[in-house]
Ligand binder design. Structure first.
Ligand SMILES: Nc1ncnc2c1ncn2[C@@H]1O[C@H](COP(=O)(O)OP(=O)(O)O)[C@@H](O)[C@H]1O
Ligand SMILES: [Mg+2]
Length: 275
């Protein structure tokens, strides 16, 4: 399985960087000149409501989408000029379900083992290792359509770490999962980070998720990073006790609605009056 990725002595270069990273779709700017830097071994959260630009940012950093301007680096490799190198050092779990329900867990992983160029003689052992790591050993031969949502998510994470990448991207890893199941996914993400030093960038609109998992977060709003830092520091700066309140402080919005905070509060008051 993984060797610990932790860096040795000396100057530590970032595992991940965005430098004025920008993406436009026609005249609409989905990601607007964002910059951040993530040290190796960090769990970094991109926090924001639907439409903030989180997935677009991930797609650029994973080389699936070209930036319109700016750039990014993963383990020192430029996401545009060295995209092949970037792809070798990353794992990616997209926001939408990516496992095939008509195949077993093992068969799903075998496809990715081939895709990642894992030598034939090592495939079975590696697949069984990642299944064991994600708590899915008993499910190897079961069709994925029989899986619960939490098990599918764990399988997708298993899929993304088959080639033992030092940097992992998780786009809304627990969206739609109930709180208990969510915690089991968190435990695995946390272990990947603490035991193996994997650098993880995840997106979420769940404040508890960011608080629980992320050492650093960037709050995204309408394509921009409005603030970044450790959750505790952001709360202290905003003079509030929850990350929800910190989000409202920095964006003037509530994360649930993605609209303006005042509008949302007004809508709720109106709803109460009418209801
Ligand atoms: N391929 C695309 N073409 C046009 N607009 C897009 C495309 N992808 C995303 N967008 C828009 O960019 C904005 C940011 O989307 P996205 O990055 O998916 O946000 P998030 O992941 O934070 O919900 C949204 O307004 C979305 O509609
Ligand atoms: Mg998204």
């Amino acid at each position: 399985m993984y060797k610990n990725q932790a860096a040795g002595e000396g100057a530590v270069r970032p595992a991940l960087e965005a430098v004025h990273l920008t993406r436009r779709f026609g005249s609409f700017t989905a990601v607007d000149a964002i910059s951040f830097s993530v040290l190796p071994g960090t769990i970094f959260g991109l926090l924001g409501p639907n439409g903030a630009g989180k997935s677009t940012t991930i797609k650029m950093l994973t080389t699936l989408l070209l930036p319109t301007a700016g750039t990014g680096r993963v383990n020192g490799f430029d996401i545009v000029r060295q995209s092949v190198d970037v792809r070798r050092v990353i794992g990616y779990v997209p926001q939408m379900v990516s496992a095939d329900g008509n195949l077993t867990a093992f068969e799903n992983l075998l496809i990715f083992a081939k895709l990642y160029g894992i030598p034939r003689a090592e495939r079975r052992e590696r697949i069984m290792e990642v299944l064991a790591f994600m708590g899915l050993s008993d499910m190897a031969g079961v069709l994925v359509r029989k899986f619960s949502g939490g098990m599918i998510r764990r399988l997708e994470i298993a899929q993304s770490i088959l080639h033992l990448p030092p940097v992992l991207f998780l786009d809304e890893p627990t969206v739609g999962l109930d709180p208990v199941v969510r915690r089991s996914v968190w435990d695995h993400i946390f272990t990947l980070n603490t035991e193996f030093g994997v650098t993880i960038l995840l997106t979420t609109h769940y404040m508890e998720e960011a608080e629980e998992l992320c050492q650093q977060v960037a709050i995204m709003h309408q394509g921009r990073v409005v603030t970044l830092g450790a959750p505790a520091d952001l709360k202290a700066t905003a003079g509030v006790t929850t990350l929800d309140e910190a989000f409202a402080h920095f964006t003037g919005s509530s994360i649930q609605e993605g609209g303006t905070y005042r509008d949302a509060a007004r809508a709720r008051r109106t709803a109460r009056r009418l209801g």
